[in-house]
Design a protein around this ligand. Structure first.
Ligand code: FE2
Length: 272
């Protein structure tokens, strides 16, 4: 079975910047690559309704399952100022392919599981900044936008702990299967921005957590998929292949071709 993985489509932002239909190109690629299923690692758009519509369109037009996890952008409340983050999270969770609902059996002992995950500041430079400073989400005139557009009602560490507890239980339960773990946030330190860096010494704090890498390795996960940071990179570590496969913003692309970028960002796993 061929499973495709891509994250950070940012359909709304990219359409404005590039006037191109990313979804159309992705649909063509799923066909060309003869994918049996697709997994999207979050940040489809800044509006959960748009995100759900995109998932529906892929499933409808290609007739394949389109699994996904939420990204922080999908949870933003710009279009829904009266909703808190849990309400938006639950709106997305109503879709049966959202991995927040539980693991998915892909056949041949392969299991796909995960959720957005969150950040606990452990990737930030602790020698330069204190917990209180990271908790501010503001530095040198820049604000990490989750501060403005998300409200979990508890602090970031507690959100992270919640997802960690869930991941621990799920991975333990599926220990004897071949597991593909998908988070939106970064699950390996090598996917953070190299430091020392003028601003990323600080902003790496919001990319993910060191806890995920440890857990994934200890549970001998086969593939750990993520997005969030707009890099495309693979890291082999212990028995796990960590894959960060973001399409990212069009102004960050290396080529002017949407097709080339989607093709490059789309990872295809051959599961046997
Ligand atoms: Fe993100």
């Amino acid at each position: 079975m061929k499973l495709g993985f891509i994250a950070d489509l940012h359909l709304d932002i990219n359409e404005k910047r590039r006037r191109t239909d990313i979804l159309e190109v992705l649909l063509e690629q799923t066909k060309e690559q003869k994918l049996d299923a697709l997994c999207i690692g979050g940040d489809v758009s800044n509006d959960y309704r748009r995100t759900l519509a995109a998932v529906e369109q892929i499933e409808h037009e290609r007739n394949i399952p389109c699994y996904f996890v939420a990204g922080n952008h999908d949870l933003w409340n710009i279009q829904h100022p009266n909703k808190n983050t849990w309400e938006i999270y639950n709106e997305l969770k109503r879709h049966p392919r959202n991995l927040a609902n539980g693991s998915q059996d892909l056949g041949n002992n392969w299991t796909l599981l995960g959720d957005i995950g969150w950040y606990d500041f452990s990737f930030g430079s602790k020698s330069k900044y204190t917990f209180a400073e990271f908790n501010q989400m503001k530095m040198k005139g820049s604000t990490w936008q989750d501060k403005e557009y998300t409200d979990w009602a508890v602090n970031s560490l507690e959100v992270h702990e919640l997802f960690m507890k869930k991941f621990k239980e799920q991975l333990r339960e599926h220990r004897h299967e071949k597991v593909i773990f998908c988070s939106h946030v970064v699950s390996h330190e090598k996917f953070t921005v190299p430091t020392p860096h003028r601003i990323w010494d600080y902003f790496n704090a919001y990319l993910g957590s060191k806890d995920y890498e440890q857990l994934i390795k200890s549970e001998k996960v086969q593939y750990a998929l993520c997005g969030h940071v707009h890099f495309r990179k693979t890291v082999h570590s212990s028995e796990t292949e960590f894959i960060c496969s973001s399409l990212g913003y069009a102004n960050q692309w290396r080529t002017p071709s949407t097709k080339d970028e989607v093709q490059h960002a789309l990872t295809v796993l051959h599961l046997e």
